[in-house]
Design a protein around this ligand. Structure first.
Ligand code: COA
Length: 429
């Protein structure tokens, strides 16, 4: 039996059968509900798309109530523990795990595309000394489209593949150079002998030594953080990539839009806010008073709560473990003690239990990034590097989806109409 919804329009008394597929109705079917042929059909008003599916996707599955996150059907916990970021990138983009041959070819391709054109370097050097690294990343990602004009031919599969490889490969180079720029240090070229994440750390921190090899525990921890951030279905930046990509622009421009969306404090900036909060609390003795302030509604406990995850954020559990690994190398950040105590108290407090507020991915990630000596402005750049394969997997799905159209929402017009224009010479006379 086909599922359907019967809608009665009380304005006309007419009834409509609207088919239900996969728990959704088609907005276009509501458009058939009209009072007469002259007026537009019924539409849905949904600021922020809180209850609107914009696409069919087989990339990422989330069940917020159960704390499930899966990439292409594989649980995030298993990928974080046993896979690598590049293997996960392959999985997200191709939809299946690579064979050994496919994996080696993929890693080779990405490794050999980490260099950027020298003019990209000159372009980045043109930024002011205190430019925000996310602004630099957004601009330089978009600028890549001018270096690869063939990227506009998005109908060619081979061509799409090449641009995706380039983008995953070059993002760490652009991110590291944005970091070095703020420090007034020379940009470091990629080292193709190193792993993806090892090379990124080398481009960030290499000084006069002939080779920079980070502690493998740090490389592993950062690689895991990249895996945890690699995709999160239709969030704000992914929606930006899809929306801009729906105009059939090249993928560099679409991903630059994603970087722009991530730049915003409501999306990529929460871990920085956690760090500021922990510093302000200062010591364990101040926690009870802080919690009372949160419960009184004076402020929020940053890094707690999530729009989707209502029992736990599976990424938070993995990050907590990565925290221990990182601090084994760098020494414990004194803020960790405050964070752990805060978490313990909050998880037992009725206010947080009742509202299903649990630590999210950002509660611990800021602490890890600080242990790496990243300034807070860099946190979102790290997020962007991790999210790039997700954005590209979603973009690739979009451009091959026959049902997709240029993104063009409706509006409810609230302004004036049919005013008569009087020229300025008469209005100001
Ligand atoms: C993530 C977040 C925006 C989700 O918001 P949401 O799903 O819209 O939840 P709501 O804002 O409707 O909150 C529901 C209730 O929990 C409370 N609440 C939510 N997050 C809270 C927090 N971090 N600290 C204290 N109270 C919180 C709200 O005050 C509200 O209480 P009420 O029912 O008494 O009014 C929100 O939890 C938040 O601001 N968290 C802190 C910022 C953060 O860590 N963001 C990163 C997300 S990855």
């Amino acid at each position: 039996m086909t599922e359907s919804l019967t809608v009665r329009d009380n304005r006309t008394g007419q009834e409509y059968d609207v088919p239900i597929t996969d728990g959704t109705i088609r907005a276009a079917d509501l458009g058939k509900i009209k009072t007469d042929d002259e007026t537009p059909g019924l539409a849905v008003y949904d600021p922020g798309f809180v209850n609107t599916a914009s696409c069919r996707s087989s990339v990422t599955y989330i069940d917020g109530d159960k704390g499930i996150l899966e990439y292409r059907g594989y649980p995030i916990e298993q990928l974080a523990e046993h896979s690598s970021f590049l293997e996960v990138a392959y999985l997200l983009i191709h939809g299946h795990l690579p064979s050994e041959e496919e994996h080696d070819a993929w890693v080779h391709e990405i490794t050999y595309h980490t260099f950027v054109h020298e003019n990209v370097k000159t372009f980045m050097q043109g930024f002011r000394y205190d430019a925000h690294p996310m602004g630099m990343l957004m601009a330089s990602t978009g600028a890549l489209s001018t270096f690869y004009p063939e990227s506009r031919d998005i109908s060619d599969e081979q061509n799409r593949h090449m641009q995706m490889v380039r983008m995953i490969a070059k993002m760490p180079t652009l991110g590291a150079w944005a970091f070095r720029h703020a420090q007034g240090k020379p940009y470091v070229y990629p080292d193709n002998d190193l792993s993806y994440t090892g090379n990124f750390l080398s481009m960030l921190f290499k000084m006069s030594e002939s080779k920079f090899e980070a502690d493998p525990r740090l490389v592993k921890a950062l690689d895991t953080l990249f895996i945890l951030h690699a995709d999160h279905e239709q969030n704000c930046s992914t929606n930006a990539v899809r929306s801009v990509g729906s105009s059939q622009v090249d993928p560099y421009s679409a991903v630059a839009a994603g970087v722009g969306a991530l730049y915003g404090p409501l999306h990529g900036g929460a871990n920085e806010a956690v760090l500021r909060m922990l510093k302000r609390i200062g010591s364990k003795e101040n926690i009870p008073a802080f919690i009372e302030g949160v419960k009184a509604g004076n402020e929020r406990l940053m890094g707690f709560g999530h729009r989707v995850y209502k029992n736990f954020d599976p990424r938070a559990t993995i990050i907590k473990k990565a925290c221990d690994d990182v601090f084994e190398v760098t020494g414990v950040n004194p803020l960790l003690e405050i964070a752990k105590e805060l978490e313990k108290i909050a998880l037992e407090d009725e206010y947080f239990v009742k509202r299903k507020l649990y630590p999210n991915v950002d509660f611990y990630s800021g602490l890890i990034y600080e242990a790496f000596q990243f300034p807070p402005e860099m946190f979102t750049v790290l997020f962007a590097i991790g999210r790039t394969p997700g954005w590209l997997a979603q973009w690739s799905e979009l451009v091959t989806d026959k049902e997709q159209k240029i993104a063009r929402p409706k509006q409810i017009y609230t302004g004036d109409r049919t005013l008569q224009f009087t020229p300025a010479s008469q209005r100001w006379a």
